[in-house]
Design a protein around this ligand. Structure first.
Ligand code: RRO
Length: 315
């Protein structure tokens, strides 16, 4: 099976990626498998300055997945381009850096520093994280408002070379994800990543207090997979019906097996990210690639491309 996939101006060897935030900047995961085997490695969202994130505890397990309130811990863009990106380039990884900001101008600044990096050659695209649920000011999730989303995307698009696609990472916590998706594409997004974590919380019934120091957190893992499949499906349908331009979708949310990945692909995803599953099995991204390839072979497909969006029945 030809597993290569096209994301904007780039052709990737295969559709499997890490999900942002779940494998930091690659060094740890590289102890378990060669990260250059992935279609792309997606890094933890990076902001302009170093950040320590929110207070602990900031992870909690629930039966349906994991809650996190990390709060954008990271080294800052300068250290990222000096250390992390050159390391990823040195091991031959194809990289999708994830960028974040507290304002549209901060996003643009982070993108500008990234573009000027000597290691920018390994960058196959930039994921613009407008959907972090753990920003200090809860009123400020860009991806919950079409105008705020569009502003960030337009400013980042100006900073990133035309042949490097930018992907808007969307939040599931909106009433109409197709409206946000359309606003991002109109503003210059070359693709969409769906979905970020779903806002949730849990309470420690011994202490009778919230589990997380930050009270609320983002839910990831098996419980949100149907939400991700729904989001990818709805946006792909909006594209097929001519309600917005057609751009590639990267599907993410609770993928643990090749079968899970196939659901997102059939719903319309041209690539699939694996995040939370890596905590139990660090080799999950390459295992899912192997399983997905095996499934497509069993079903008699010659190429990955022909399966993208197949559940809509229009191909
Ligand atoms: O760092 C985080 O708290 C975080 C981010 Br930036 C995000 O996009 N999604 C998430 O669940 N946590």
């Amino acid at each position: 099976v030809d597993m290569s996939t096209t994301l904007g101006a780039r052709r990737l060897a295969n559709p499997l990626m890490t999900a942002s935030g779940c494998a930091a900047n690659g060094q740890e995961l590289h102890r378990f498998f060669d990260v250059s085997e992935l279609g792309a490695f997606v890094t933890k969202s990076v902001m302009s300055e170093p950040r320590s994130g929110r207070g602990t505890p900031r992870m909690a397990e629930t039966p349906s997945g994991m809650l996190n309130s990390i709060g954008l811990q990271g080294p800052g863009i300068q250290a990222f381009v000096e250390h992390d990106l050159p390391w990823l380039a040195s091991v031959g990884a194809t990289v999708l850096p994830s960028i974040a900001g507290g304002s549209a101008t901060e996003f643009a600044h982070v993108a500008a520093v990234l573009r000027s990096s000597d290691a920018f050659g390994c960058v196959a695209g930039v994921e613009v994280n407008i959907s972090c649920p753990n920003v200090a000011n809860r009123g400020l999730v860009f991806a919950c408002d079409p105008l705020s989303s569009a502003k960030v995307i337009a400013l980042v698009r100006e900073q990133v070379p035309r042949d490097v696609p930018i992907f808007a990472k969307l939040s599931p916590d909106v009433t109409d994800i197709t409206a946000i998706a359309a606003a991002c594409v109109k503003a210059g997004a070359d693709g969409l990543t769906m979905i970020n974590t779903l806002l949730g919380m849990s309470i420690d019934t011994d202490r009778l207090r919230p589990h997380l120091g930050g009270v609320t957190g983002g839910l990831s893992g098996p419980g949100i997979r149907p939400v991700a499949v729904r989001a990818v499906w709805q946006v792909r349908a909006a594209m097929d019906e001519g309600r917005m331009p057609t751009v590639p979708i990267i599907g993410v949310g609770g993928v643990r097996t090749g079968t899970d990945a196939l659901e997102l692909v059939a719903a319309g995803a041209s690539a699939v990210q694996v995040g939370t599953a890596s905590f139990n099995d660090p080799t999950a991204p390459v295992r899912v690639l192997r399983e997905l390839t095996g499934l497509l072979e069993e079903k008699g497909f010659a190429t990955f491309d022909e399966v993208v969006g197949i559940a809509h029945g229009r191909q």
